[in-house]
Design a protein around this ligand. Structure first.
Ligand code: NAP
Length: 287
């Protein structure tokens, strides 16, 4: 990479941020399409998000990705919010355009592309059980309705946090149900779904367990864990043992990044290059 007076800056804001694989993925992509751009990670505390975003506008940077804990906060900071990002309830990509900060959300798109790639599955006509009602759970649930899923069931430890998702889905053709995140409730509904998605943070630590019995999983079920590090969570191990189709969140990470790349650059994302760089950054070697 050659840095000179014309180098354009994009990047990611988060706290913590040192673990991020996005610079590897994006810098490989920028080099592949021969753009004189550079993608950097910035440790930004939530109380500084407003000044940091104002800063990228004033410095005429091209844009940034936002990760934990900024995605919801940014809704009230950017000048304009894309309609889908408004529905998804969070901003993960900001573009600086004609002096304005415009917020997008590419997580839902990334998820939809991820399951297409991993399971050859679209959300249209599907029944989907989502564990978790945080930022990722909400983005996935709303993407399901945008893409024509027949039914969405959301299970969460804190039931009250499901209400904003239920409100957003109400009035769409997608049926909605809220349940508890307990083995009995999940066992009751799992036989009626095509896809089970873990969008909780349970599994980030290798010993983490959602406490689901092996009987929850069956060969006809597709199980997607949004967690990609570790590559195999206990949930995915149980699902694999039961003969279910499984995949982890690396494909979602790849495709949300690819969409952000396209929003910033107007170029087609070099997916193969990005996938290779991401796998190397996350797992240390090609899997
Ligand atoms: P978040 O907004 O903080 O939400 C966390 C979710 O996890 C909530 O539903 C929370 O339930 C649940 N949870 C946390 N600890 C729990 C526990 N001990 N038992 C049961 N439930 C628990 O976080 P997020 O941004 O949605 O991220 C959630 C997961 O998605 C993370 O693992 C993250 O790595 C993953 N993710 C992946 C991608 C990707 O590209 N692959 C993108 C975004 C996120 P309560 O409401 O009860 O607290």
């Amino acid at each position: 990479m050659k840095i000179d007076g014309s180098t354009q800056i994009v990047g990611v804001f988060g706290s913590p941020i040192a673990h991020t694989a996005s610079p590897a993925m994006h810098n490989a992509a920028l080099a592949a399409v021969k753009l004189n751009w550079c993608y950097l990670a910035f440790h930004v505390e939530p109380q500084n998000l407003r000044s940091a975003l104002t800063g990228i506008r004033d410095l005429n940077c091209r844009g940034v990705n936002l990760t934990v804990p900024h995605k919801i906060l940014a809704l009230d900071i950017v000048d304009e919010v894309d309609a889908d990002a408004r529905k998804l309830g969070a901003v993960n990509t900001v573009v600086v355009k004609e002096g304005k900060l415009i917020g997008f959300n590419t997580d839902g798109y990334g998820f939809a592309r991820g399951i297409k790639e991993d399971f050859d599955m679209t959300l249209k006509g599907k029944r989907v059980l989502i564990l978790g009602a945080g930022g990722a759970g909400r983005a996935i649930a709303i993407q399901c309705t945008l893409d024509g899923a027949t039914k969405v069931i959301v299970a969460n430890r804190t039931p009250a946090k499901i209400a904003p998702i239920a409100n957003e889905i109400a009035g769409t053709p997608t049926k909605f149900e809220a349940i508890g995140l307990d083995a009995e409730s999940i066992q009751r509904v799992v036989t009626e779904v095509d896809l089970l998605v873990n969008a909780t943070s349970v599994g980030l630590q290798p010993a983490d367990s959602l406490g689901l019995p092996a009987g929850v999983f069956s060969p006809g079920l597709a199980v997607y864990d949004t967690i990609y590090r570790p590559a195999e969570t206990q949930l995915l191990r149980q699902a694999t043992d039961a003969g279910a189709k499984v995949s982890n969140g690396l494909s979602m990470l790849l495709h949300q990044g690819a969409k952000a790349f396209e929003i910033w650059t107007g170029r087609k994302a070099p997916l193969a290059v990005m996938r290779r760089a991401l796998r190397t950054a996350v797992y240390g070697a090609q899997l």
